[in-house]
Structure formats: structure tokens, C-alpha cells
Design a protein around this ligand. Structure first.
Ligand SMILES: Nc1ncnc2c1ncn2[C@@H]1O[C@H](COP(=O)(O)OP(=O)(O)OP(=O)(O)O)[C@@H](O)[C@H]1O
Ligand SMILES: [Mg+2]
Length: 327
């Protein structure tokens, strides 16, 4: 659905020739060092920023090149959760979450009320309707942002660093919430994050932006077992490797070192990667699970050995050998 996308601001190319299809209903994570244009990418998907070349096709509408009227219509299919929650400070949570419904639909107040209460319940904010954003914790604001992203029954949910500013426990709850939301509404989800734990346990697929390129996009096992220096360095939060403080540290000298380290790590760990989170007990089965498995079967022969082994290990021991991922 994204084809040959290139975005520049003046002389500065942000990324070029990005092509990928977000598998319908699956959860994908987009990684990349700060400043590589992840937020710019999300904004391009919804047509808020216009790349210079390429297309973003959403149900037949090109978010880059079609007229504003069509783009605006298609944008209603997206649910957005911004980096900072982006709640209106002077509105209570109920009005914040009701905002897209009042703005984009002609629904009557009783129905708006029903939808808002249901979504607030879903993200664990039942009873907090009258609170102002300034009166609640960062974690609650994140969940309010997610509830607001859900009110229009989006087919596609984009989350920009949903975990920023959260402690590890809240991040774990949020991870579970994202999987549960996916199980309930079967929406296509793209999550931008720097959090290695989320990347390792939430998505079906992982992609990574680095130095103006989408360096990889594929099943989680492909990236999590990758020996590609950039990917391995990022996923292990390592200081050694091509990603430097300046983001553009000389790659050639350090790449070999990082690659050796990644290989070493893979050898030590075998091909074990953490199991993916499963929906909370009582939630529907994720419909994406079956589709993802079928897609991965097709890709299998072309995947590296380590990725194949990791996939097979989880299929043979779906609970990841002890940890049942249902925390
Ligand atoms: N409207 C704009 N005009 C000019 N340059 C911009 C604009 N928006 C973003 N940029 C530039 O594009 C680059 C990518 O920014 P972006 O916010 O997408 O990075 P990011 O990957 O989301 O980073 P982070 O992980 O820190 O959120 C930055 O160099 C930024 O300065
Ligand atoms: Mg950003």
C-alpha cells in the first residue's frame, strides 16, 4: 500500500523509495533512531505531509496525490495516537474522546455517549470521564489518546511512541492493551517505538528506517534474529555499531564489529526470541494470527536460517517454553 515513497524538506531527503504493505489486521512496529523520519512517515500515510514521489493507497484512495476532499474522507479510516497524547487541556476526558465523533460524524449525543463510555472501559479509564488531562498521570493520558484513536472504529491504527514517558510496568500494560485492541477490532496497526521490549513482544512484523532507507520490513522473527549490524545494534540497545550519537557515525569501521557481536549473540542464545504476547484470557482470538502464519509460510523458504528456526521453535512450543506471555 506504500509504493516508492520519497520525502524531502528542501534539500534534506528524509527517506527515499520506501515501499511496504502493512498486512491487513496485523500489528507492525516501525523502528529507527531519533530523527530518521518515523513521525514524518506516519503523517505521510494520512496525507498530512505530501511526499515528493510515490503513492500511499488506502482502499483505492491515493493519500499523496488525490484531491484533498478524497484524502480527508479516507483519513476517517485511521485512528491516530500521537507522541504526546495531544489531548485538549481544557476539555475533560469524555469531551476529548468524543471529539472525533462530534467533528466527523452526525451521531446524536446518546450514541456518542455509548461509544465513548465503551472505549474508555476498553482502555481501563471507566469512571475518569470528568477528569481533565492535567489531573491524570502520563499513563492515563496515553490510554485516553488510544481511546480517542478508537472511537471512529478505525481500520488502521497508527501509534507514535505510545510508550514514551511510561515506566516499565505501564509499558507492559500498554503492550497488552495494544494486543487486546487488535484482538477485539482486527484493525491494521502500525506502532512507532524506541522500546525494545515492545518491539520484541507485540508486533507480527517489524520494519526499520535508517539513513534515509527502509532497511528491513518483515516477520518479527526476521528482524529479531537479524545479524544486519544496524538492526542488531538497535534491537539490543548496543553502543557499538553503525548507529552513533550523531546518527551518522562512520559505518564502515564499526559495522564489522557489530556484525561479529550479533553473530556471537545469536550463537549463545540459539535461535530463541521472546514469545509474542497473546490476548488476555477471555478476549477473542486474534484473526491476524492465522493470516500472518499463512503469509509467513509463503515467505519461509526465502528467510534466513535463524529466522526459520525461531519461527518453528514457537510453533512447536507456542507458549515459548514456559513463559506463557499472558501476563
Ligand atoms: N515540517 C517540517 N519541516 C522541515 N523539516 C521537518 C519537518 N518535520 C520534520 N522535519 C525533519 O524531518 C526529520 C525527521 O523528523 P521526525 O520527527 O519524523 O523524526 P522521528 O524519526 O519521528 O524522530 P523521533 O524518534 O525523535 O520522534 C528531522 O530532521 C526533522 O527536523
Ligand atoms: Mg517522532
Amino acid at each position: 500500500m506504500v509504493e516508492g515513497l520519497t520525502k524531502a524538506f528542501g534539500p534534506q531527503t528524509i527517506w527515499r523509495d520506501v515501499t511496504l504493505t502493512l498486512p491487513p489486521g496485523e500489528v507492525s512496529v516501525l523502528l529507527g533512531p531519533s530523527g530518521t523520519g518515523k513521525t514524518v512517515f506516519l503523517k505521510s500515510l494520512i496525507g498530512l505531509l505530501k511526499p515528493e514521489t510515490g503513492r500511499v493507497m488506502i482502499d483505492g484512495v491515493d493519500m499523496v496525490n488525490d484531491p484533498d476532499r478524497k484524502v480527508y474522507e479516507a483519513r476517517k479510516k485511521f485512528g491516530l495516537m500521537f507522541q504526546d497524547g495531544a489531548l485538549f487541556g481544557s476539555m475533560n476526558l469524555f469531551d476529548n474522546i468524543a471529539f472525533p465523533l462530534r467533528e466527523h460524524t452526525r451521531k446524536k449525543e446518546p450514541e456518542i455517549r455509548r461509544i465513548v463510555m465503551e472505549r474508555m472501559e476498553m482502555v481501563g479509564l471507566g469512571g475518569a470521564e470528568r477528569k481533565l488531562p492535567g489531573q491524570i498521570s502520563g499513563g492515563m493520558r496515553k490510554r485516553a489518546g488510544l481511546a480517542r484513536a478508537l472511537v471512529l472504529d478505525p481500520k488502521i491504527i497508527l501509534c507514535d511512541e505510545p510508550d514514551s514517558g511510561l515506566d516499565p510496568v505501564r509499558t507492559a500494560y500498554l503492550s497488552q492493551l495494544l494486543i487486546d485492541v487488535n484482538a477485539r477490532i482486527d484493525a491494521t496497526m502500525l506502532i512507532v517505538t524506541h522500546n525494545i521490549e515492545i518491539a520484541a513482544t507485540v508486533p507480527d512484523n517489524i520494519g526499520m528506517l535508517f539513513r534515509r532507507d527502509l532497511v528491513a520490513f518483515g516477520p518479527r522473527e526476521l528482524l529479531l534474529t537479524s545479524e544486519e549490524p544496524v538492526v542488531a545494534q538497535f534491537l539490543h540497545g548496543n553502543r557499538h555499531g553503525p548507529i552513533g550519537m550523531s546518527e551518522e557515525k562512520d559505518a564502515a569501521t564499526l559495522a564489522a564489529e557489530a556484525e561479529a557481536e550479533a553473530r556471537d549473540r545469536t550463537r549463545k542464545r540459539g535461535f530463541e526470541i521472546p514469545p509474542q504476547l497473546r490476548p488476555t484470557e477471555g478476549m477473542p482470538v486474534r484473526q491476524a494470527e492465522q493470516r500472518h502464519a499463512a503469509r509467513v509460510d509463503q515467505l519461509m523458504p526465502r528467510l534466513p536460517y535463524a529466522a526459520q528456526q525461531a519461527i518453528l521453535a514457537h510453533r512447536n512450543h507456542p507458549m515459548g517454553g514456559g513463559a506463557d506471555g499472558r501476563s
